[in-house]
Design a protein around this ligand. Sequence first.
Ligand code: ZN
Ligand code: MN
Length: 475
Amino acid sequence: MKYELVVGLEVHCQLNTNSKAFCGCSTRFGNPANSNVCPVCLALPGALPVLNRRVVEDAVKLGLATGCAIAPYSILARKNYFYPDLPKGYQISQFEEPICTEGMLQIDAGEGIRDIRLIRIHIEEDAGKSIHDIGDDTYIDVNRCGVPLLEIVSYPDIRISKEASAYLQKMRQIVKYLGISDGNMEEGSLRCDANVSVRLFGDEEYGTRTEIKNMNSFKNVEKAIEFEMQRHIDVIEAGGAIVQETRLWDADKGETRSMRGKEFAHDYRYFPDPDLVPVLVDQEMLERMRQELPEFPEARAERFVREYGIPAYDAGVLTVEREVADYFECAVAACDDGKTASNWVMGEVMRTLKEKYLDISEFAISPERLGGLIALIAKGTISNTIAKQVFELMQADAASAEDIVLKEGLAQVSDTGAIKATVDEILAANPKQLADYREGKTKLFGFFVGQCMARMKGKANPQVVNEVLKSRLDA
Ligand code: ZN
Ligand code: MN
């Protein structure tokens, strides 16, 4: 391959504040169209915006989490453009003096850790939404106007398409750990534009870039970048030149197509918004935000290994999502057995969530109840096999594992008398196998164990069954 890919990403992250960025309107998704609206978010004459404090705090947190410099003084600016979903005629954003600058995100796309540098993170507001799928007309819903966003702009440090999705996944993980966004890409809480160019390997200078929009999944980001890279190479190889423009990714057709010529900053006639005071971040606020930062995945995984004695691999899987890590820790607290809890969360719990398309927050078995189940295995009240049955029952029954075991009569039988009686019955019912065994076919031991377990409906303590069988067979 002669050509090297060069990609920079612009990510828009929707914050999960209750009210909008500059007014008290609700940000609730799914309210009737044009109901979350007031004179401020429509910029009616005389209406004055006031910046939501939470937005500043969230921006500072994300800045701290990505190693940015936090500006003690930053400016909100008007970005002027005409579009039907922007009734104000301008978007409040930040231009010359953003709140966060020069940060870094470490990603691992499977080829070791790489640093992707950030140019800036700035505060801005979202636009409304055009609705094209009702008859032949286009409708406008302004509910989203003024919903707070953080725009995160990276340097063109990405070199392969997989790094772009690794970057997005890392960004999603961080905003979710910070609790500032739900990070949902399909629902548009995390939106990504990619600036793509190619150059000959060894070249210092960047090629002409195009900007791709409308990629709404990790997979689509990779596909769109791959497509665009190949398109650039084809144009250049055919002796043509890339036109700097904005292109739309069409996921159905698997291609990008020209949307509009590239706008430049001067097209937007940015100027400081005269209605808004500068954003000030003092030492006290900076310190308070630092205190509120969560324990991040890498540190948490290391602690899991140390504290619960689980393998590093398990710790890595369990800390990908903050909610899963929280769930695991709660379950351990209830059973005091890190390794077993980790096996159950990574096994049965995650399998069930995947099968039922559930989020862990929607899962019917609370971590405390799962811990209770695991404690019953450790005590020898139930076997692992029965525990899986109880686990299934617990999804439809809010009772504790202990109560379900009692109610369903699933407690393990360790009573030697009952097991001896069953073993004798099984041996009497299978004289041929018994004779074969005694002539040396010792593999039949498993057959007898199976018969005993089946007769006792899986509730016999397997260890006791083994011991009793051994003593009877070798008698
Ligand atoms: Zn409003
Ligand atoms: Mn933007």
